[in-house]
Design a binder for this molecule. Sequence first.
Ligand SMILES: *Cc1c(COP(=O)(O)O)cnc(C)c1O
Length: 411
Amino acid sequence: MKSVKLIGYRCTDGVGTRCIHAGQEPDKLSGAVIPPISLSTTFAQHAPGEHRGYDYSRSGNPTRDACEHCLASLEDARYALTYASGLAATSNIMHLLRPEDSVIVSDDVYGGSNRIFNKVCTPVQVLRFNFKDLSDLAVASAALSPDTKLVWIETPSNPTMKLVDVRAVADIAHEANPKCLVVVDNTFLSPYFQRPLALGADLVVHSATKYLNGHSDVVMGVICLNDPELHDRLKFLQNAIGGVPSPFDAFMLLRGVKTLHVRMRQHERNALAVASLLEGSSKVTRVAYPGLKSHPQHELAKRQQRGYGGMICVWLTHDPHVEGAGLQAATRFLQALRLFTLAESLGGVESLAEHPAIMTHASVPVAQREQLGISNAMVRLSVGIEDTEDLLADVQHALTAVPTGPPNSKL
Ligand SMILES: *Cc1c(COP(=O)(O)O)cnc(C)c1O
């Protein structure tokens, strides 16, 4: 397919065309331009065991196939497998492992990933997890050994927006153990801004609930990969464990993904504007957004990503010696926002704001939260695609509600 030149953006590989067309040929039977929602749970066979590729809808479904085809294309992958949620996808990946297998996880991950690793996979599957700061390659080198069976990377991380150099960590992992599976949770950037398979990852996982669907009305997950043998194992697990998405959700996801490219550009444009505004405010101690020059890994972001995405993490100014001052600053800011809705989740067209310590990351152990800087003064923003000026006005107004911090708090 001829590539589409998008002036001002680095995606010149026809990704927008793929969003709209991959897996979405007009229906062979009727010519329907939009893939039909195939609700039938079972499919007629010509003779026992002889069918047209579908026998039972958990094992395979035409709407799900269309969706998987499109998602594979977007990640430049040979295969995609979809699930009832991002965590169902995660659970399937963990079922590739055997009891006592060792897993290294980047230290700042989605709260639900932390929960399934620590509270399900550890006690039930007897897997061994070690959380390490993989943004530090010396730490990664020391942590990865021939025993490491899987590395779980989230970059940018949720919520602190730390980056991991995927190529470097994948090289270290594969050198230590050529069979080590390198998994990247690509939820925060979507394939529009980052393609981990090209950086050496073996598996890419998404909460498709977020940017891929983009409209906060579907819970779904996806795994993308190239290796045929690994695909067969995961395809077996998808059917055997059974956490598949409904045909309706697969249809909704295909509908959402048609505008991924348009949405991601506007998410980024708005996020960069909001992050710059926050950075210039006396009510803010620190902003973490990979698109800002102040981000400690801005150069890595430029090299590894095709853009910076729509997620921002911000720490509000407060007096650290006053008990509860951090929470008060964050709460005042969150309650004063009018366009940003106070809610969990991210990646939808509407702007959302949340308090990770109390909301999305409450399941992360307190000591780990403190070490990562997930403090009570921290707020996470999922910047939507509303008009930039309106979002800036909303944030500007909410900052006025934050109490003035001590004189040197910006240091
Ligand atoms: C939401 C999220 C998940 C989990 O996905 P669900 O669809 O909610 O199960 C995993 N990783 C990241 C980064 C997420 O934001």
